[in-house]
Design a protein around this ligand. Structure first.
Ligand SMILES: [Zn+2]
Length: 659
C-alpha cells in the first residue's frame, strides 16, 4: 500500500517534469514574446483580432511541444532498471534547464525589442546569441539545487498561464478576416466587340530585382542575357517604378491596380482592403471567363496570403518544399497562422529544420528559392488547361531576393572570393544597418546579388520559352519585379523608409500577342499600370478605382486621358497603422526628371540618421548623389503641393467596412 502511494507520487512527479518546458513556453514565454510584438500586430489588425492570433500561436506551439512532452513523460515514468536512474536524472535536469532557458530567452528578447526602439543594440542578432546565453544560464540554474527549487516553485504560474492561453482557442472558430469577396463585385463590362480574340496572359514577377543591376538596363555585368534576348521581341519600359518598396505592397499594387495608400497592404502580412480585392485584376479575369492560376516561391507573395486566393483556380505556393508554417493550405483553416508564426519560436524551429536538412544533405540548400520549383508547377498546370478558354498565369520567382548565394555554375562568376558563398552568410544587413558593412564585403554581396540575378534570368528564359510553346502566339507576356534592392547610400536590402532608385526602379517588359519586334520607351510607368493594360487587352473596362493607365492605346479607349502628364508615386507606410490616416512613413513623387522624397511622422529604424526631404534631378543625377531641395525651392514647392494633395485625397483613415 505504502509502496503503491510512493509509485503514484513518483509517476506524478515524472509527468509534471515532462510537461514543465511545454508549460513554461505556453504559459510564460509565449505571452512575453507576444507582448513584445504587439505594436507590430496593431499596425494591421484590429485589437480584438489579437486574441485569435494568440490562440493560433498557442495551438501551433502546443502541437510542437506536447508530443515531445509525452515522449519525455513516458521515458521518465516507465519502469526501468537501476542502471537507467542516472539517465533519468540527467533528463530531469535537462527539462528543468530548458524551462528556465525558454523564459529567460523570452525576457531577453522582449527587453531587446524595447531597447531597439531607442536605436540601441541594433547589431545583436537574435536568436543565436540570446538563445545560447539563455540556454547556458538555464542549464546553470538547473544544476544548482536552489535554482531547481526556484523553477519548480513557479510551476503553477506556468500551468495557469498555459490554461489561460488555451482559453483563447475558443475564439478560433469565430475569427477570420472576412473572405466574402465574391458578394461585393463592382460592376464591370466585358467588351464583346474587342478586335482581338482574348489573349492568354502570362505575368512573371521577380522578387527584389533592381533594374540598375540588369544588363538589359545598362549594368556592366552581363546579368540578364535571357531577358536581353526576350526584349528583342517585347517593349522595354526604361522608367518603370514599383509603388511600394517590399513584397506585400508591390505585389498588391500589381494585382489590384491601386497604390499602397489605397489598397493598404502596408505590412508584411496585411491584405489589400475589400473593395480593391473585389476589383482586382484576377477577380476581373476570372469573372471574364479566364482560367486563373499562380505559383509563388516567396511565402509572402502568394495570392492567398494577400487575400486574393479565391480569384485563382489554381495555386501552387504550397508545393514549395519547406516546413515554413505560414502556408496557403493551412491558412484556409487557421486564418491567423501566418501572423502567429511571426513569433520567434517558429523562426527557430524553421532554422533548425533547414540546418538539419542541409546537414543530412537533403537537396540544394536553396531549394526553397529554387526557380525550377515554380517552373515545374506552372508548366504542369499550363499543360492541363483547357485550350479553348484564355489563361491568366502569374508566376513569382524569389531569387535574387536575399540570401543571395546562387548555386553553381552562377556562384563565383562575378566575385571569386571565398566569402558570402552560403545561404546563411549572403544577406545584406537590412536598411541602415548596411552602413556597418565593410566596403569590401558590400562589394562581394553586390556581386553575389548579381550572380543571383543571372541565375534567375536563366530560368526565366527557360520558363518563357516552354510556357510560350504551351500557350501559343495569342499570349501577352509581362516581366516585372515587386521592388528592387539597395547596396548604396548606407542602406541595404529593401523596405523601411528608403525609396532610392535601386529599390523602386524596376524592370518592365511587355510582349503583346504576336509582337515580334522589340521597342524601348522612356515614358514613365508604374506597377498600377499593369492591371489596366492587361484588362484592356482582355476586353475588360478598367474599374474607375484603379489608379494606373493602360501602357498602350490598344483594344478600345483607355480610361485615362493620355494628355495629362504621368505622375509616379511610391511609398512605404509599414510603421503606420493600415486603418488610420497615413502620417508616418515615406512617400515619393516622380514627375518627369524630378523626384521628391518626403518623410513624415516619427519613424524609428535601427541606426536611422535624421531624415530630411530630398529632391533629385534624375536626368542629371540618376544615382541620387546630390539633394537639390534647397537649390530648387520652386520645383520642390510645386512637387510638395502635388504630393500633399494626392496624399490628402487617398491617405485618410479607413472606414470599418472597408476591410
Ligand atoms: Zn519582394
Amino acid at each position: 500500500m505504502f509502496s503503491g502511494m510512493n509509485d503514484a507520487n513518483a509517476m506524478y512527479r515524472a509527468w509534471r517534469l515532462a510537461f514543465l518546458p511545454a508549460l513554461a513556453l505556453l504559459g510564460v514565454a509565449l505571452p512575453i514574446l507576444f507582448l513584445s510584438l504587439i505594436e507590430q500586430y496593431l499596425y494591421y489588425v484590429r485589437p480584438l483580432e489579437l486574441i485569435p492570433i494568440y490562440g493560433t500561436a498557442w495551438l501551433l506551439l502546443a502541437g510542437l511541444v506536447v508530443p515531445v512532452s509525452l515522449i519525455a513523460g513516458l521515458g521518465l515514468s516507465a519502469p526501468k532498471p537501476r542502471s537507467m536512474r542516472r539517465i533519468r536524472g540527467i533528463l530531469a535536469l535537462f527539462l528543468i534547464g530548458l524551462a528556465a532557458a525558454e523564459v529567460l530567452a523570452a525576457l531577453a528578447h522582449g527587453v531587446l525589442v524595447w531597447v531597439r526602439t531607442f536605436g540601441l543594440l541594433a547589431t545583436i542578432h537574435f536568436p543565436i546569441e540570446l538563445a545560447a546565453l539563455s540556454l547556458s544560464t538555464g542549464v546553470f540554474l538547473a544544476i544548482l539545487p536552489r535554482g531547481r527549487a526556484a523553477i519548480l516553485q513557479r510551476y503553477s504560474v506556468f500551468k495557469y498561464g498555459a490554461a489561460l492561453g488555451a482559453l483563447s482557442l475558443v475564439t478560433l472558430p469565430f475569427s477570420g478576416w472576412s473572405t466574402g469577396d465574391t458578394a461585393t463585385f463592382a460592376s464591370f463590362s466585358v467588351t464583346a466587340a474587342t478586335p482581338l480574340q482574348r489573349p492568354n496572359i502570362l505575368l512573371v514577377t521577380v522578387d527584389a530585382l533592381s533594374a540598375e543591376h540588369m544588363s538589359l538596363y545598362g549594368a556592366e555585368r552581363l546579368t540578364t542575357p535571357r531577358l536581353d534576348a526576350f526584349a528583342r521581341e517585347a517593349t522595354t519600359f526604361d522608367r518603370a517604378y514599383a509603388n511600394g518598396n517590399f513584397t506585400t505592397p508591390g505585389v498588391s499594387s500589381i494585382l489590384t491596380g491601386t497604390r499602397p495608400w489605397t489598397h493598404r497592404a502596408l505590412q508584411l502580412l496585411s491584405w489589400p482592403i475589400r473593395e480593391t480585392r473585389a476589383n482586382s485584376l484576377p477577380a476581373m479575369l476570372i469573372r471574364a471567363g479566364y482560367q486563373t492560376g499562380y505559383v509563388a516561391t516567396n511565402p509572402a507573395a502568394g495570392a492567398t496570403r494577400n487575400g486574393l486566393g479565391s480569384y485563382f483556380g489554381f495555386a501552387a505556393s504550397d508545393r514549395v518544399p519547406s516546413i515554413f508554417v505560414c502556408r496557403d493550405g493551412l491558412e484556409r483553416v487557421l486564418r491567423y497562422q501566418c501572423a502567429a508564426t511571426l513569433l520567434p519560436p517558429f523562426g527557430l524551429v524553421q532554422m533548425l529544420w533547414q540546418k538539419t536538412g542541409q546537414f543530412l544533405g537533403g537537396g540544394s540548400p536553396n531549394r526553397h528559392f529554387d526557380p525550377r520549383v515554380a517552373m515545374q508547377s506552372a508548366l504542369e498546370w499550363l499543360a492541363g488547361t483547357d485550350k479553348r478558354t484564355p489563361v491568366f498565369l502569374w508566376v513569382h520567382f524569389l531569387p535574387p531576393h536575399a540570401p543571395y548565394a546562387a548555386p553553381a555554375p552562377w556562384l563565383g562568376q562575378f566575385d571569386s572570393s571565398q566569402t558570402a558563398r552560403d545561404v546563411g552568410d549572403s544577406d545584406a544587413k537590412q536598411k541602415f544597418l548596411f552602413a556597418r558593412v565593410t566596403p569590401a564585403r558590400a562589394r562581394t554581396l553586390e556581386a553575389r546579388y548579381d550572380e543571383s540575378v543571372k541565375y534567375v534570368d536563366y530560368y526565366i528564359g527557360e520558363f518563357l520559352e516552354q510556357a510560350s510553346r504551351l500557350l501559343g502566339p495569342n499570349t501577352a507576356v509581362i516581366v516585372t519585379a515587386d521592388h528592387g534592392e539597395s547596396f548604396a547610400h548606407g542602406y541595404g536590402g529593401h523596405a523601411g523608409p528608403g525609396l532610392f532608385e535601386s529599390i523602386i526602379h524596376i524592370p518592365l517588359l511587355v510582349k503583346l500577342p504576336s509582337q515580334s519586334r522589340g521597342a524601348r520607351t522612356s515614358q514613365l510607368a508604374e506597377q498600377v499600370d499593369i492591371a489596366p493594360t492587361l484588362a484592356v487587352l482582355a476586353g475588360i473596362t478598367p474599374p474607375s478605382t484603379w489608379e494606373g493607365r493602360s501602357l498602350f492605346e490598344i483594344g478600345g479607349p483607355s480610361k485615362t486621358d493620355a494628355t495629362t502628364p504621368k505622375l509616379v508615386f511610391a511609398m512605404n507606410f509599414e510603421e503606420n497603422s493600415r486603418r488610420s490616416a497615413l502620417n508616418t512613413g515615406s512617400v515619393c513623387l516622380i514627375d518627369g526628371r524630378w523626384k521628391l522624397v518626403h518623410f513624415a511622422g516619427a519613424l524609428h529604424y535601427p541606426l536611422m540618421p535624421q531624415l530630411h526631404d530630398q529632391l533629385y534631378d534624375l536626368s542629371a543625377d540618376p544615382r541620387e548623389l546630390s539633394n537639390r531641395i534647397s537649390a530648387e525651392p520652386a520645383e520642390a514647392e510645386r512637387l510638395r503641393w502635388l504630393l500633399s494633395s494626392e496624399l490628402a485625397r487617398h491617405g485618410g483613415p479607413l472606414r470599418e467596412n472597408q476591410y
